[in-house]
Design a protein around this ligand. Structure first.
Ligand SMILES: Cc1cc2nc3c(=O)[nH]c(=O)nc-3n(C[C@H](O)[C@H](O)[C@H](O)COP(=O)(O)OP(=O)(O)OC[C@H]3O[C@@H](n4cnc5c(N)ncnc54)[C@H](O)[C@@H]3O)c2cc1C
Length: 248
């Protein structure tokens, strides 16, 4: 990680009691869509820092993050309380390999996210670079309640831009909601309900899966894809079909 630079809050959007987007301005070094940086605040004389993924495309000067206030979370609750004009720190250098350059050639790219982990995909899709090589892209956002689908309007506007190339699907686990599948991602894959809904199959020979967010979802989905679809974790030294990022 690089140096810390001062940042100023430009906008805070509270979507629900716990979900919010933070837009800040700071002089950072260029990053690649899909990467994360660290945000920090000094609390009781100590710099408390955590990783957050960029939601904005690298070409956008306003830096956007999508956060959940974690119960008893040290930093997320403080970030939620910020107001426009307040200061914080951001790391100048972005990190992470959850980027398109790390994805091997494939026909269909599946982008699966839980909660705030939709961020990296929104950055990648808003940037729009390096997507020509995929015939289909499937963006799936899984949340607890329909009111947690904060970026559905942006997902829908991306669908307008990419047309048939992009399929978007929302998943809600704790209620039924029109337009969304009901349940948990691994179950919806296991039952083929997700594939039927988007009209594409998850296959090792044609697809690559990106998984981001809740570590339990990542672990269980990865295991399921291994057992039922003969898919394996993608490593530089051993190419496979699954690329993942855990948020905790
Ligand atoms: C690469 C990476 C990118 C990340 N990007 C984002 C992002 O874009 N948006 C975002 O909101 N968070 C993101 N996180 C999580 C973030 O770094 C913090 O862990 C989170 O904000 C909690 O920090 P805290 O200080 O409030 O909680 P802490 O006081 O550090 O408590 C942490 C505990 O809260 C739990 N926890 C952490 N994150 C979550 C969560 N999202 N949902 C439920 N429980 C959680 C874990 O059990 C963890 O042990 C990312 C993490 C990583 C590793």
């Amino acid at each position: 990680m690089g140096a810390w630079v001062d940042a100023q809050v430009k906008e805070i959007k509270n979507w629900t009691d716990t979900l919010f987007s933070l837009k800040i301005q700071a002089l950072i070094n260029p990053f690649t869509a899909g990467q994360f940086t660290k945000l920090a605040i000094e609390i009781d004389g100590e710099r408390v820092q955590r990783a957050y993924s960029y939601v904005n495309p690298p070409t956008n000067r306003l830096l956007e993050f999508y956060l959940v206030k974690v119960p008893k979370g040290k930093l997320s609750s403080r970030l939620q309380a910020l107001k426009p004009g307040d200061g914080l720190m951001v790391n100048k250098e972005a990190s992470g390999f959850f980027v398109l350059d790390e994805i091997p050639m494939c026909n269909t790219l599946w982008m699966l996210a839980t909660g705030t982990a939709i961020g990296p995909y929104l950055s990648i899709l808003q940037e729009g670079e390096g997507l020509d090589r995929f015939e289909h892209i499937v963006l799936v956002h899984a949340v607890r309640y329909a009111s947690d689908l904060s970026y559905l309007p942006l997902m829908q506007s991306l669908k307008q831009i990419y047309k048939d190339k992009l399929r978007i699907q929302t998943v809600v686990s704790r209620e039924t909601a029109m337009g969304s599948l009901t349940g948990r991602l691994p179950d919806l894959i296991n039952s083929c309900i997700l594939e039927r809904a988007v009209g594409l199959q998850i296959e090792a020979k044609s697809g690559h899966i990106m998984l981001c967010g809740n570590p339990e979802m990542v672990r269980v989905t990865q295991q399921l894809l291994k057992e039922t679809r003969a898919m394996s974790k993608h490593l530089k030294r051993k190419p496979g079909h699954i690329t993942s990022e855990n948020y905790w």
